[in-house]
Design a protein around this ligand. Structure first.
Ligand SMILES: [Zn+2]
Length: 433
């Protein structure tokens, strides 16, 4: 076992004791240094000394993304600037970005999280890791970079973009691990095919570390089939650290949460009550050690579940379900609640379609229009019209069966939909609000 993985197997009583001790330091620290948190605690009539057991955390107020926007840039910063070592910001699609100042210690904990994920995936110091996440304010690039270096790997920091050159370097240098968004990997695969590079034949690629956007098991299967690599899910968010808060275990379908640093809760998003392990709800995280921008009960908007029972791999850290959906992504179409991931899963059941699609919503005077454009594979494109029509009907039937709606389905040529070098946008909602 790599020594970096040692905490993964911590005995549970020791882990719970450690979590409580860390919380009993964190809550007074946050109360003293972050006025917003103090004000909310005072409003609820709760004091730091009220945290006696782990269950008492439920008495404390939540933090939300809007708090980070409202308090931008330094309102939630708990450490003095002399201790701050790094900034990361998430791109705000609307209004101000969120800004997370971190100390060197914070970056080290985040790095450890990424390295523990990579070790769990079977990556070792013998690997060559190509980091094709964007570098910069986004946590993907530097997070994967530091994590892979910590594990002792050789790192090839290509960043995103310049796809043909990336494939050349992958071939020539013998890259064995790629880190990027799943949608960027799909783009890499399309370009590789176009320039005649077969991942199995021409490269040494064996692992993909994919994160930063929700992706379904069906896309994961497609990626593994088309490239011969093992596709691993890495979960995280800038507000809590970056990628590496949790990573998927080769023994189960879920992700071990590094809960010695990031304390998870699942809440009912409507009543805000804490739900027991095994029930699905919104993921909430508390950073147990972060000094620069500590987060107490941060609502992620990600829907998941903490699994009950121990994992066969022997790790004691709790397992969360893969995040297929963010509550923010839910669409209401003709009165039906639909997640884009459900549509993705329906599409991927039809082998003739490629993993590139776009959901478009618009409204006319009388009703909402719901259209899905999906690329077909090159082989399917050369088939007769009647065969294409049969494919279209199967796609429609798959969506009708699972989602209960009948959108207009348009099969489009391979390569005709937009590609992304970072996080992809697959829903265009032009309906009147
Ligand atoms: Zn496991």
């Amino acid at each position: 076992m790599n020594p970096i993985s040692k905490p993964d197997y911590m005995p549970i009583p020791e882990l719970r004791k450690m979590q409580l001790e860390k919380l009993q330091k964190l809550i007074p620290y946050e109360y003293e240094r972050v006025p917003l948190f103090r004000r909310r605690c005072d409003e609820k009539g709760v004091k730091p000394r009220d945290l006696v057991t782990l269950a008492d955390l439920a008495k404390f107020p939540f933090m939300k993304k809007t708090d980070l926007r409202d308090e931008y840039p330094y309102g939630l910063t708990a450490a003095p600037m002399s201790e701050i070592n790094r900034f990361h910001c998430s791109s705000g699609t609307t209004g101000k970005p969120i800004c997370i100042p971190q100390t060197a210690e914070d970056v080290a904990i985040w790095t450890e999280g990424v390295a523990r994920c990579m070790a769990m995936y079977g990556i070792t110091r013998d690997d060559i890791v190509q980091v094709s996440y964007g570098y910069g304010l986004f946590t993907g690039g530097l997070g994967a970079h530091y994590g892979a270096e910590k594990l002792g790997c050789a790192v090839l920091p290509t960043g995103a973009g310049n796809t043909e050159k990336q494939i050349m370097l992958m071939k020539d240098l013998g890259t064995t691990v790629i880190c990027c968004t799943p949608s960027y990997f799909l783009h890499l695969a399309t370009v590789a095919e176009k320039i005649g590079v077969d991942f199995r034949r021409d490269t040494k690629l064996r692992h993909g570390v994919f994160g930063a956007e929700p992706w379904t098991d069906e896309i994961r299967e497609r990626i593994e089939q088309m490239s011969g690599i093992k596709a691993h899910d890495i979960y995280g968010l800038t507000e809590i650290a970056g990628p590496g808060v949790a990573g998927n275990c080769p023994y189960c379908h879920g992700l071990h949460v590094w809960e010695d640093h990031f304390y998870p809760e699942i809440i009912d998003p409507d009543t805000l009550e804490v739900l027991p392990d095994g029930e699905e709800g919104e993921l909430v995280f508390t950073t147990l050690d972060r000094v620069g921008t500590p987060m107490v009960r941060y609502r992620t908007r990600d829907l998941s579940r903490l699994q009950v029972g121990e994992c066969k791999c022997g790790r004691t850290m709790r397992v969360m379900d893969r995040v297929h959906a963010r509550s923010d992504d839910m669409l209401i179409i003709h009165g039906v609640n639909v997640f884009p991931s459900q549509i993705e899963a329906c599409l991927m059941k039809v082998p003739e379609v490629a993993p590139h699609y776009m959901i478009e919503l618009s409204s006319t005077d009388t009703m909402d229009r719901f259209e899905i454009k999906v690329e077909v594979t090159a082989d399917t494109m050369s088939d007769s019209m009647s065969k294409m029509e049969a494919v279209r009907k199967r796609v429609a039937a798959s969506i009708k069966e699972i989602v209960g709606l009948s959108p207009k389905i348009m099969l489009v040529a391979p390569g005709s939909l937009p590609r992304s070098e970072g996080k992809i946008k697959r829903v265009i909602d032009n309906r009147r609000k």
